[in-house]
Ligand binder design. Sequence first.
Ligand code: UDP
Ligand code: MG
Length: 314
Amino acid sequence: MALLSVVIPAYNEEPNIQNTAAVLTGLLQQERIPYELLFISDGSKDRTFEMIQAEAQKDSRIKGLEFSRNFGKEAAIFAGLRMAAGDCCVVMDCDLQHPPQTILSMYRLWEQGYEVVEGVKANRGREKWTYKLSAGLFYKLLSRMTHVQMADSSDFKLIDRKVIDVLNSLPERNTFFRALSFWTGFRSVAVEYEVQERAYGKSKWSVSGLVKYAFSNITSFSSAPLQLVTGLGIVFLVIAVVLGIQTLVKYFTHQAVEGFTTVILLILITGGILMMSLGIMGYYLAKIYDEVKDRPRYIIGRMTENMKDPEEKD
Ligand code: UDP
Ligand code: MG
């Protein structure tokens, strides 16, 4: 039977590792699915990696590594995909908010020939309303900009070896796993799941973190903000022509008014928009700078003994 790799990013998930490993092992053994569990500790400050090591000693199919510092969930996902040996791979959270049972439906669909199985949130669980609202807005915006339907999507998905290889071969650093699996194409299908309560510990996301995440993902996947700058320019040009004609007519008919207020307002508005546009362009420039430096996406600090880098072998 085909090997399933489960990639689990974990940042300060000390209280969750043992439970998550036990739940997944129990489930996959019961269903007789060959598996490996890959825990990627994202520079955790607690004893997450020690917990992973303890699990690895009990079961050689449980492996893990730890980054030298926190590199973010995206990096953890991609490290996991690179280490995965499976014929297919599921990415899921460490806190069991993604119901393990759904993995089975995903695996069965994969056996039927689907290459990307998207986990879609049936509800958003008991998230704060501010979070729901901002997440809703973010995905609406992103769907519009990228032309992929992304509302209610999540990082919970199963992808085939073919897709893993494509994602592993991407040269870029600023990735967005959620949208990239859409982008690769392939035969895909969606599975609905109910978001569960976090098993132990608390969420790592802050509001500022989410805003940063949203902005970085939009820009990594779409150049629409740059076109927004062009759009604003056109709008302003039209206004400039109309105002210009009006001003000239008034001037030549000797009814030019003082209009100092208008001048101040115009300077302030144009100044504001110019600076914002520069900011947007600067953001893309910074992204390009990031890519050009060609630094590794993550640095591995430690690995469990049973873990080996698949690429070092060949
Ligand atoms: N996570 C990570 N690196 C980070 C933040 C989070 O690997 O910098 C992991 C975390 O351990 C968890 C998953 O990403 O497995 C989702 O995080 P969390 O549960 O805190 O977010 P929420 O479910 O509230 O969106
Ligand atoms: Mg969570």
